[in-house]
Design a protein around this ligand. Structure first.
Ligand SMILES: NC(=O)c1ccc[n+]([C@@H]2O[C@H](COP(=O)([O-])OP(=O)(O)OC[C@H]3O[C@@H](n4cnc5c(N)ncnc54)[C@H](O)[C@@H]3O)[C@@H](O)[C@H]2O)c1
Ligand SMILES: [Zn+2]
Length: 252
């Protein structure tokens, strides 16, 4: 027997209110520990459904079926699940690994342009922080990326998942600092998202701007050569990602 529970699109669905409504539905349907939850959707559905799976009867089997590029390469891998608190994003959650992740790249063909490019920013991030060959491969395949070539995307997604999994396997619970390298560009990005109001800047767009800020900071501290920043600027620009904040923002 299968039941579909649809969540309204948008970050608002990552809330304890929505989670409670889903618990009600599960209890109505007499779901038990043999019930498997499939999260079909972007990171919002994956995070919320994963939290429900982690907590309903103290844990039921859970399978991720991501449908956005960001969910393919980032949120469905690594086992972080959770919802937002009204005063803080991702504040309530758990580490809970899915039994598996099923990725069908054809889902990406219907993804709105900005959402697709937002996911590409995280792909570029993996190249910068972990894999120079991968970064160079992305530079050589800009056209394939821009036209969402399914074969190239399958390779890009597999490589990104492998790179993230390598880090998560060594520091699953964020204890050694290694997993924090995945946050490259994110300290700035989170500030920009808060500053612009959530929704105006997509997460990946904020990450693109944040990576350039972090790279320039590293340059100023004498840690890297300017050419490292310039290659990131060139690749992100070719992928039509923003490198500056959209509207004049007052830093007060
Ligand atoms: N758990 C983690 O490790 C982790 C990592 C990164 C991000 N996240 C979370 O992921 C969330 C963002 O995820 P997202 O970027 O996937 O956004 P999202 O889930 O909001 O999806 C973006 C939009 O695309 C629509 N959509 C989804 N798949 C589609 C498809 N195939 N075709 C057309 N439209 C489609 C959705 O309905 C939504 O409107 C945030 O809440 C963030 O905190 C979690
Ligand atoms: Zn991110």
């Amino acid at each position: 027997m299968m039941d579909i529970i649809a969540l309204p699109a948008g970050e608002q669905s990552k809330s304890l209110d929505v989670v409670t409504q889903v618990y009600d539905r599960l209890i109505d349907r007499q779901a038990d520990r043999q019930t498997t939850i499939f999260a079909v959707g972007g990171g919002v559905v994956g995070d919320a459904a994963g939290f429900i799976a982690a907590t309903y009867t103290r844990g039921v089997p859970f399978i991720q079926i991501p449908t956005t590029l960001l969910a393919d390469v980032d949120s469905s891998v690594g086992g972080k699940v959770g919802v937002n608190h009204p005063r803080a994003k991702n504040m309530i959650g758990a580490f809970y690994q899915p039994f598996g992740v099923l990725i069908d790249t054809t889902a990406l063909q219907t993804l709105p342009d900005r959402e697709y490019r937002s996911g590409l920013a995280e792909v570029v991030k993996y190249g910068v922080i972990m894999d120079a060959d991968f970064f160079a491969e992305l530079e050589r395949h800009i056209d394939d990326l821009n036209r969402r070539d399914p074969d190239f995307l399958a390779r890009v997604i597999a490589r990104s998942c492998r790179l993230k999994a390598d880090i998560v396997e060594k520091d699953e619970f964020e204890r050694t600092g290694l997993r924090a390298t995945l946050n490259y560009g994110h300290t700035f990005a989170h500030a920009f998202e808060a500053l612009c109001g959530y929704g105006e800047l997509l997460h990946g767009e904020a990450v693109a701007i944040g990576m350039i800020c972090a790279s320039r900071l590293a340059e100023r501290r004498g840690l890297i050569d300017a050419s490292v920043t310039e290659r990131q600027v060139a690749l992100l620009t070719a992928l039509h990602l923003p490198l500056t904040l959209p509207t004049p923002v007052r830093f007060t």
